[in-house]
Write a protein of this length. Structure first.
Length: 398
């Protein structure tokens, strides 16, 4: 009981001392499905020096996260954020003690936000018609349709949205060429072809050839509703979604076959209790939405400048169900945002400066991610004389 009281006092005193801001330690999530571009950590290939004890790579950074990662092989508290008060406190423990102080009335609407490091070496896809053009592999083709119970998808599937941030800035310094992402199914494809391709899981890349292909460019975003088929392309991506980790893979890694444990992998990652390919198709794919020829026009947006002044500019980066902004602060300038009843999560994407007079960095694991509690102050300064400071903020689900 004394420890509980001490931690509660620690949380509240940190909020008071730091004017409503609490820093967090980055929660890095490992996955077995895809590799990265060595942005979050060494993760560009599945070699023993880069994988963990499960053979998974560190490819996702979960931000102010209350969700545990639902990997096939679970790891204790993977995905959960650690708040940096006087002592480190697991966010789920902190919420039990101080929910209102941390999230006000918005805990149930708090999103799961991630940075996805997608990439790896180029591969040659194998389609029914022969080999495809070499490409850097996407995240495997998948869909979010809810949790499977008694052979059926139940509950709300996971809606999500992507923002493609600039990568030609520090500390990334990446120049990206002709990046593609796959979202939706080509309008001319027949249902039978999709069901047949589900049966080729781990054996062929044919599913990828059935998907709509879209160009990726910085300062643009996509809304991806539940039951939309997608294979996110190799651009380091800022993602926001409902706070859950449900998924069904529809295809294995592009350019890679499963020679061992195919059936176990198929059951664990593709079917996941749905029994067979026909049921998987019926339960997880919204056919009309996926094959809509105007899909890009409906779900993709260029980011909109909301405000521009001498301090810099505020840019809307998410739309519809989700709410997020980028603050691009000019060298030597600062901005103070209006106090808000809603909690906000923030990350420093590029540059360095101060938040409420505390160091804010785009590198490391303890000074680049923060929670702004309800009615907390948010005063951000750019300490650089010649480079912009870029900060991303997300709000509760609309």
């Amino acid at each position: 009981m004394a420890a509980y009281s001490d931690e509660l006092t620690d949380i509240k005193s940190t909020i008071d001392k730091q004017e409503g801001v609490i820093f967090a330690k980055s929660a890095v999530v490992h996955r077995q499905m895809y590799s990265g571009q060595d942005v979050l950590a060494p993760n560009s290939c599945f070699t023993p020096d880069k994988t963990d004890e499960r053979g998974y790579l560190p490819v996702e950074w979960w931000i102010i996260s209350l969700v545990r990662a639902e990997n096939a092989v679970l790891k204790e508290n993977e995905g959960l954020t650690i708040l940096l008060c006087q002592k480190e406190i697991l966010i789920t423990d902190a919420v039990k003690m101080a929910e209102k102080s941390l999230f006000g009335d918005y805990l149930a609407k708090w999103p799961l936000t991630k940075v996805l490091d997608i990439g790896g070496d180029k591969v040659v896809p194998e389609y029914d018609t022969g080999p495809g053009e070499p490409e850097i592999p996407p995240i495997p083709c998948h869909v979010h349709a809810g949790c499977v119970e008694d052979g059926k998808c139940k509950g709300q599937g996971k809606d999500e949205a992507y923002f493609f941030p600039p990568l030609d800035v520090e500390p990334y310094h990446k120049v990206m060429y002709a990046v593609k992402t796959r979202i939706g199914i080509k309008p001319e494809v027949e249902k039978g072809s999709v069901i047949a391709s589900l049966g080729q899981y781990g054996k062929s890349d044919v599913m990828y050839s059935l998907l709509q292909v879209h160009d990726v460019y910085p300062w643009s975003s996509w809304m991806v509703p539940a039951k939309m088929v997608h294979a996110p392309g190799p651009w380091v991506t800022f993602e926001i979604q409902r706070p859950q980790d449900d998924f069904n893979l529809l295809a294995w890694r592009l350019g890679s076959k499963l020679y061992q444990d195919l059936e176990t992998n198929k059951q664990d990652l593709q079917l996941r209790g749905l029994g067979n390919e026909e049921n998987l198709f019926e339960q997880t794919i919204d056919w009309g939405m996926n094959t809509d020829p105007t899909l890009r026009e409906k779900f993709s947006r260029e980011c909109k400048v909301l405000e521009e002044s001498t301090w810099g500019r505020k840019v809307q980066i998410f739309y519809q169900l989700f709410n997020g902004e980028a603050l691009v602060i000019s060298p030597g300038q600062s901005v103070k945002l209006q106090n808000c009843e809603k909690p906000r999560a923030g990350i420093c994407w590029s540059g360095y400066g101060k938040v409420n007079k505390m160091d804010l960095l785009s590198i490391g694991v303890t000074q680049r991610e923060f929670l702004v509690t309800p009615y907390g102050n948010l005063h951000i300064e750019n300490s650089s004389p010649d480079r912009e400071l870029i900060v991303f903020l997300v709000y509760p689900i609309c």
